[in-house]
Design a protein. Structure first.
Length: 196
């Protein structure tokens, strides 16, 4: 069930991104934001590279956080973390009670993903999770900024568009995700890398 709701300027959002793949355990970082202006906290956990534990780990990380009762939206940078560790956004929404927005810079190449999953014994299970994430929708960027592509659970498109616009201050990527990326890569590599 997707619904639209009133978006406060200081809506609490948790943006989650993963670090660079250097070990079998991959760090994921959550940045808790009030709107797009103010960071309230940082969460950290570890998932298995190419494993299937990302959904459980993220659910636990959220539920154990002191910010849990204030978080109104969880933002993910795509649905695959730590290689091909796929997040089941339907289950993430169901188990936390918090709407989920997946943000992508470009449309995924599903043919390429499907081919890569052939190398996994549980590739079909991972593909089902990817399909369950639902339709990909485009949100136009403001001014010179390009569009972003989203998937969602527990929230309507109108609310998603408002939240994306409210939090995309320095680029077309919302601040909670941009900062989570900078923190995750900076901790592992010693300095932030990649496009944030």
């Amino acid at each position: 069930m997707s619904s639209d709701f009133h978006i406060k300027r200081e809506i609490r959002i948790l943006g989650i991104d993963d670090s660079t793949l250097v070990n079998e355990k991959v760090m994921i970082v959550g940045a808790v934001f009030r709107g797009g202006d103010w960071m309230d906290g940082v969460l950290r956990s570890y998932i298995t590279k190419d494993g299937l534990d990302a959904t459980d780990v993220i659910c636990n990380m959220i539920r154990k956080s002191r910010h849990y009762c204030q978080i109104r939206v969880v933002m993910l940078d795509g649905i695959t973390y730590g290689g091909f560790n796929v997040v089941d956004i339907e289950r993430l929404y169901r188990e936390t009670g918090i709407p989920v927005i997946v943000v992508m810079r470009s449309l995924p190449d599903f043919q390429k993903i499907r081919s890569a999953l052939e190398y996994f014994p549980d590739g079909e299970e991972r593909w089902i999770i990817i399909e369950r994430a639902g339709k990909i929708e485009e949100i136009a960027g403001e001014k010179e900024r390009g569009p972003v592509y989203i998937q969602k659970k527990g929230i309507g498109l109108v609310s998603v568009e408002k939240i994306i616009r409210l939090t995309s201050i320095r680029s077309n990527i919302p601040e909670p995700l941009r900062i989570a990326h900078l923190i995750a890569t900076g901790i592992i590599l010693g300095e932030s890398r990649g496009k944030a």
